[in-house]
Design a protein around this ligand. Structure first.
Ligand code: KG4
Ligand code: ZN
Length: 334
């Protein structure tokens, strides 16, 4: 069969990224331009700044990707783009850019859901074996999904309030760490002990998650100690929070491993870059004889290569979008 090259565009949040992916699993070239330092000054992503920076940088990101691949847009078979979920203004920059490339170069356009992209990051240099349990853990999502085949999803559980990444970011801010909080909490937690008692989320026997109680408990603890004039051991608090946050994931994943007897697990999304979390989930999977697939670190956080990987099954099905394609801020996968 002829090789298929997909040029993919991702601009759903604060990374401007373009990739060329071969046959849905081999990254020929990838460029990620992060705006993190700009948004860090504001303690979080500022949507207007994000879309303006995407507009300013996207042409340069395309040129750099094509140079790395020694290819031109005329050499690829399709153009893929993230259309949902994300910041509307940011998504639109990528969508309009992809539409222009599709129109000018006469290439089919493929629309990709960002969360599905995170799951398909596991296809890069790896296998996505079905059936599988997929844990999607990012700044905006915490979902446990059962997949029985390509694009065959069943939502088992999701967060009832905050996403796990959001909780990491808010807790980080309260203890004075910079945005994005996740990696900084992880770093600090390595120097601490799990010594603070934080409340466990009530176990309702469902696959649903909850993070707002844990987040509020940390905020209240910090405020109470400050009022009393007591010092907080930030490293211990980071470690205690990270342990409790990962415990909540483990409880629900364990329930699914027991009940479904599925022997493949993938984790996806920015929070899956957390090494403590990766170790804990690995140990849990071993207990149930399940195989764990993990994306390489670079493919955990937002990147266009995962969008190219997720676009490939759609290319094979000729599931193409038209030039009416619009952005959607909420997800519509399951
Ligand atoms: O997938 P992603 O890059 O963007 C979204 O789609 O949301 O995920 C970003 C989230 C942020 O909340 C960030 O703090 C978190 O992933 N994150 C981490 C780590 N690296 C990124 N959380 C915990 N530990 C990490 N090492
Ligand atoms: Zn993401």
């Amino acid at each position: 069969m002829k090789d298929v090259y997909i040029l993919s565009v991702e601009t759903s949040c604060d990374e401007t990224s373009i990739a060329i992916v071969k046959n849905g699993c081999e990254v020929v070239a990838l460029t990620i331009l992060t705006q993190m330092d700009t948004h860090a000054e504001f303690g979080g992503v500022v949507p207007e700044i994000a879309s303006r920076m995407h507009t300013e940088n996207i042409t340069m990101v395309l040129e750099e990707t094509l140079n790395k691949a020694h290819m031109g847009v005329e050499d690829v078979d399709a153009i893929a783009v993230t259309y949902s979920p994300g910041l509307l203004g940011s998504l639109l920059v990528g969508i309009e850019f992809a539409k222009v490339l599709s129109y000018v170069y006469h290439k089919p356009l493929i629309k990709v859901n960002h969360l599905i992209g995170h799951i398909y990051a596991n296809k890069i240099d790896n296998k996505l074996k079905f059936p599988t349990l997929a844990l999607v853990i990012s700044g905006g999502h915490t979902e446990l999904i059962k997949m029985t085949g390509d694009y065959k999803f069943e939502l088992l559980g999701e967060t009832q309030d905050d996403a796990i990444g959001e909780a990491f970011d808010k807790v980080a801010r309260v203890i004075g760490l910079k945005y994005p909080g996740g990696p900084n909490i992880e770093k600090l937690a390595r120097e601490g002990q799990n010594s603070y008692k934080l409340p466990l989320v009530a176990n309702d026997g469902s696959y649903n998650f909850s993070y707002s109680g844990l987040k509020s408990a940390v905020i209240n603890l910090v405020n109470n100690e400050r009022q009393k004039g007591n010092e907080i051991n930030k490293a211990d608090l980071a470690c205690s929070f990270q342990t409790a946050a990962v415990d909540e994931l483990k409880r629900k994943l364990e329930l699914a491993l027991k009940k479904t007897n599925i022997k493949n697990v993938v984790i996806a999304g920015g929070v899956s870059a957390n090494k403590y979390l990766r170790g804990e989930i690995y140990t849990l999977c071993q207990k149930y004889d399940a195989e764990l697939n993990l994306p390489e670190f670079i493919y955990c956080t937002d990147n266009a290569a995962m969008i190219g990987a997720a676009a490939y099954p759609l290319y094979l099905k000729k599931d193409f979008a038209d030039l009416e394609l619009n952005a959607l801020s909420t997800s519509d996968i399951v």
